[in-house]
Ligand binder design. Structure first.
Ligand code: CAA
Length: 380
């Protein structure tokens, strides 16, 4: 497997890195504190077409690779983990649902093109209060009425939900069939009966807006059905495989951000008459973290390259998500310790990174579910 980046991938990574360092870094502490959606910055990155990076040109995307997309999520997450998930949900969960669906090309183009340049924002509605890890426990229903579908139910933990122009809603058209009776629809903001419920007050990723989304007799035209009855669950699962690569990239970015902060600090900070990096116990700890980060990066590359080869990559994505996000938690926790009392203070950034890291082990499939996905393929 060749991990060398193409010229184009390296160029995109460098461009996003510059955006993260120049535009995101100076205000990230303040934005985390306020917990508001970073609309201006979201639109600024959008002008580059970043949110449509991995999608083909015929549907309005940039025609880039999934690896370039993963590296972009990683670069923003190094500085701002919340921005990483806003980006990832928009591109891989909303965009992925459209792209992986069997909808006609003109419908894909209609719902993908506006998100590519950040003119519109997408969200993904699968989870419900009674259907988290058990996504098949969905109770939202859709009933056909002439040329329309009428949707009733409630979703929760929708990242980007309150600000999204388009949300993909997974719903049962035949509840008796369970997952085999699931379809998917694009529901546009402002559709009567489609409302934002409780907006969550979270430990980390504070700028990402996460909410319930309620559906009461929501009518959508038949053309908004992107997955036909019976196709919805598989679309959700296949899309989550891609989403998990985004979360892996977010976790790896957060880990790298904390690691680089700690390295810089340890060279400067003196105790007992020398920089603390001269303490071999601490230096060895950093060596372990560096090795773990490098191993995580290889798994991320492997999963993204598997995505680009168009084969099923569920296990590769689950391994990358599991390892990169556990790495994020381990590295950020250790780096808070490396900075001592300062590590606990907001202006040193690592406490935010530690808070942001925790959710990466939970969403888009908990790391226990990742083990279920990986082990499911081991004994076939
Ligand atoms: N790709 C394509 N098809 C898939 C698939 C995949 N990755 N995974 C499963 N399928 C298919 C199976 O082949 C099977 O097809 P057949 O019926 O034809 O055999 C069908 O889907 C059902 O599969 P399972 O029997 O394996 O389904 P299950 O009910 O046992 O569930 C699970 C499996 C892995 C536990 C799944 O429910 C799962 O991934 N749960 C976690 C859900 C999740 O990640 N939620 C996060 C939502 S988004 C979020 O976090 C919020 C946010 O905004 C960031």
């Amino acid at each position: 497997m060749d991990f060398a980046l193409t010229e184009e991938q390296a160029k995109i990574q460098a461009m996003v890195k510059e955006f993260a360092e120049k535009d995101l870094a100076p205000t990230v502490v303040e934005r985390d504190e306020k917990g508001e959606f970073p609309m201006e910055l979201f639109k600024k990155l959008g002008k580059t077409g970043a949110y449509g990076l991995p999608y083909p040109k015929e549907v309005g995307g940039l025609g880039g690779s999934y690896l370039a997309y993963a590296l972009s999520v990683m670069e923003v997450s190094k500085v701002d983990g919340a921005f990483g998930i806003i980006f990832s949900v928009d591109t891989s969960l909303y965009g992925g649902s459209i792209m992986n669906s069997s909808a006609p090309t003109e419908i894909k183009k209609k719902f993908l093109e506006p998100i590519v340049y950040g003119e519109k924002i997408g969200s993904f509605g699968l989870t419900e209060h009674g259907a988290g890890s058990d996504a098949a426990g969905c109770k939202t229903v859709a009933v056909q009425d002439g040329d329309e579908w009428v949707i009733n139910g409630a979703k929760c933990f929708n990242t980007n939900g309150p600000v999204a122009d388009y949300t993909v809603i997974y719903a049962l058209t035949d509840p008796a069939l369970g997952t085999k009776g699931m379809a998917a629809f694009v529901v546009e903001k402002g559709t009567p009966g489609f409302t934002v419920g409780k907006v969550e007050n979270k430990m980390g990723i504070r700028q990402a807006q996460v909410s319930e989304m309620n559906l009461e007799n929501v009518r959508v035209p038949a053309e908004n059905m992107i997955a036909k009855p019976g196709e919805g669950f598989k679309l959700a699962m296949a899309t989550l495989d891609g989403g998990r690569i985004g979360v892996a990239a977010q976790g790896l970015g957060i880990a790298k951000g904390a690691y680089e902060t700690a390295i810089a600090y340890m060279k400067e900070r003196e105790q007992f008459g020398k920089p603390i990096c001269k303490n071999q116990y601490l230096a060895f700890k950093m060596a372990e973290l560096k090795t773990r980060i490098d191993a995580a990066e290889l798994l991320l590359y492997k999963a993204a390259i598997a995505h680009d080869t168009k084969k099923r990559f569920s296990a590769e994505a689950a391994e990358a998500k599991l390892f990169c996000t556990d790495t994020a938690m381990e590295v950020t926790t250790q780096c808070v310790t490396m900075l001592g009392g300062n590590g606990y203070m907001k202006e040193y950034n690592v406490e935010r990174m530690m808070r942001d890291a925790k959710i990466t082990q939970i969403y888009e499939g908990t790391n226990e579910i990742m083990k279920l996905v990986i082990s499911g393929g081991l004994f076939r």
